[in-house]
Design a protein around this ligand. Structure first.
Ligand code: BGC
Length: 353
């Protein structure tokens, strides 16, 4: 577990972008940018020892700054996913947020945590970790309170990418942080993920309206295309006429995890029989968004000039349920002044038996 740093690029707007490579002795290597904490590349062996990059992204750093882009690999915040009508009430005050998804806010607003430079520092003695810090100012994108955020990335000898999130504010505010990596376990240049098998340890999901915004209703997955309680091919029901699938043009929903924040239990799993790579997800968060890259399109030129068509990758975004500020039955993303937000998610790579 060691870290090496390299300068990558100066953007047109003057951002100095650096890349940090975290590696272990099994040949796993993860490049993280100080821009947006972006997981820029994640290289792991397949069943034959062949190393491939299994996350989508751009070679061209400017592309990460496009408004309302794909959020490839980024830390999203201050509030991941949607807040309906881009507003919420807290302590009797109505906060109006930046809108970037019709009338709603998505992934922290116009300039979210994915588009800013984080202060990077290598910590941890022998077991080096990458600590990224960012101060989100009071009023940024409409959110109350100065929020100090720390995200710590580490790669373990068990082939885990571990992400620890911490935040504290000087006013009551909302915080919901996640990572937006798109995985393709055959390799980022290998087409769609419809043959990947997914398991989500959840008996229920949150129902969306046609703008991908949770309505507050929670339904059982049983008997619906949302049932991933056992390993199921992503493509099996992705074109079904079930209204939820039609609304999302595929999967773009939050599942209510049975793990209820217990990180010792598996929250989700992805199996790619072609390469033999398996991804296991563990988290302290109550929900996970499975997004199957429904809005990617060929115009998106990714790493190595690859055209990322629809469903070239899938995201498993561990989170509070989207739009929770509007639904009292959802766990609350409110962070009180002086309290500590802490969230840990582990993406672990193994091989199929
Ligand atoms: C959202 C999608 C959105 C995608 C990229 C996902 O987390 O749920 O609706 O299109 O991110 O922005």
């Amino acid at each position: 577990m060691s870290i090496t740093k390299k300068f990558l690029a100066n953007t047109k707007s003057g951002l100095k972008v650096e890349s940090y490579t975290l590696s272990n002795s099994n040949g796993m290597e993860v490049d993280i940018l100080n821009l947006g904490g972006i997981v820029y590349s994640l290289r792991v062996p397949d069943r034959n020892g062949r190393i491939d990059d299994v996350v989508l992204g751009y070679d061209d750093i400017e592309s990460y700054l496009k408004p309302r882009g794909a959020y490839f690999g980024a830390i999203v915040g201050r509030h991941a996913n949607r807040i309906g009508d881009a507003c919420f009430e807290l302590n009797g005050i109505e906060y109006k947020l930046a809108k970037n998804d019709g009338e709603n806010q998505l992934h922290g607003g116009i300039k979210g945590f994915d588009k800013v430079i984080w202060q990077a520092k290598v910590i941890g003695g022998d077991n080096e970790k990458l600590q990224l810090s960012y101060l989100s100012k009071d009023g940024e994108e409409g959110f109350p309170g100065n929020l100090e955020v720390k995200v710590i990335y580490s790669v373990t000898e068990e082939n885990e990418l571990k992400i620890e999130y911490y935040a504290a504010a000087d006013k009551d505010t909302v915080v919901n942080l996640t990572n937006h990596s798109y995985f393709n376990l055959t390799g980022q240049a290998s087409g769609d993920i419809l043959n990947h098998k997914v398991m989500i340890n959840a008996d229920k999901f949150t129902v969306n309206d046609d703008k991908a915004l949770p309505t507050g209703e929670i339904l059982e997955v049983q008997g619906t295309p949302m049932d991933f309680t056992s390993l199921t091919e992503v493509g099996k029901n992705i074109n079904s006429n079930y209204d939820q699938i039609v609304f999302g043009s595929g999967y773009d929903h939050n599942w209510v995890l049975n793990t209820k924040g217990d990180i010792s239990k598996m929250a989700a799993e992805v199996v790619d029989e072609k390469s033999g790579r398996v991804l296991e997800v563990y988290t302290t968060k109550p929900g996970v968004q499975l997004y199957t890259g429904n809005f990617l399109h060929e115009a998106e030129t990714g790493k190595g000039g690859v055209k990322y068509d629809k469903r070239s990758g899938l995201c498993l975004e561990t989170q509070y349920f989207p739009n929770a500020l509007k639904h009292k039955n959802f766990p609350s993303p409110i962070l009180k002044a002086g309290e500590q937000y802490r969230h840990v998610t582990i993406y672990k790579f193994t091989l199929a038996k």
